[in-house]
Ligand binder design. Sequence first.
Ligand code: COA
Length: 353
Amino acid sequence: MNRTKIAGVGKYVPDWTITNFDLEKVMETSDAWIQERSGIVERHYIRPGEETSSVMGAKASKIAIEKAGIEPKDIDFIIFATLSPDYYFPGNGVLLQRHLGITGTEIPALDVRNQCSGFIYGLEVADQFIKTGKYKNILLVGAEYHSGGLDFTTRGRGVSVLFGDGAGAVVLQPTTEEGKGVLTTHIHSDGTSAELLANTSPAMHGGYYDEDKEKYGFSDDSEYRYVVMTQKMLESDLLYPFMDGQEVFKTAVRKFPEVIIEALKSTGYSTNDLKLVIPHQANLRISQFVQKLLRLRDDQMFNNIQKYGNTTAASIPIALSEALDEGKLQDGDLLMLAAFGSGFTWGSALIRW
Ligand code: COA
């Protein structure tokens, strides 16, 4: 049977760099607090109106496509992971198809809504299609435009300082090379704590989940049943993401190692066999915790959150692109990708490069 190989990787981040000192000017925070708690030094933001997550996704895709030695028209399936799409609907997949000028191919475009685990979820889906021979050039993209949806007042500082904009893309192709490619993938979810890292407004729930219609300003009048955004949402912090940082931290440092060990066990490898682990760049402290628990050496762990913040679905392909540029992966190396995030969802992929 075919295995899936990563034939081309691309990344794109906007050129507007925002340092912690820049954030100090708009909210009560400090470079010291941000670096100590998250490791982040700077991140990149889109200039409003100039780009979107699908536009950044297209820029990263073009690089990945070129590196794979193919042309946009050769792509036979698009998978787009993002939590910050251009529109409520349709999804970014079709917009990316349009940006790449390949609407005439009428290929399928799938949108993945698994936040920080979106890239791993997309990889598992793509892997199944490649293995069965259905598609031969799958474009998998992760891109986020966080800066357009964050609360930059002091009220939102616990979340806003952590996130950045950017995009990463890979082209996935079949390989018959002995032992190479995606060896195993594992994806999981547990919706018990769905609201602990979430953006619940605007939305169509009408106050259903917490039965608190007052909180969102939903009217009981059936005339307003389908309302997506209320005046109350606009006037409060309900339009911004919410995060229970400590609960997220505690769960992340359990689930990252668990799903990495699951991948190792299923293939008979140990942590010593790993050349590189690229975790979703959630927080440097989380990565350091995971590294310690798994007793990984510094050279086995890839971190670049210092420069980009948390770019959610984009973080793994951005990191992969950088690791390759820095010569950290050679032919035949064993690479572990792992992610955890909102949902909660988490996953891993073990790849022989
Ligand atoms: N600057 C300065 N102070 C801040 C701040 C900021 N940006 N954000 C929050 N604070 C304050 C809080 O208001 C609080 O003040 P108080 O003690 O006077 O009430 C204090 O810092 C501590 O807040 P707390 O939330 O307890 O901090 P923490 O040690 O848990 O760190 C996170 C916060 C978010 C960095 C941490 O919980 C974390 O890393 N969680 C995981 C986040 C993550 O990785 N999410 C993505 C998963 S995909």
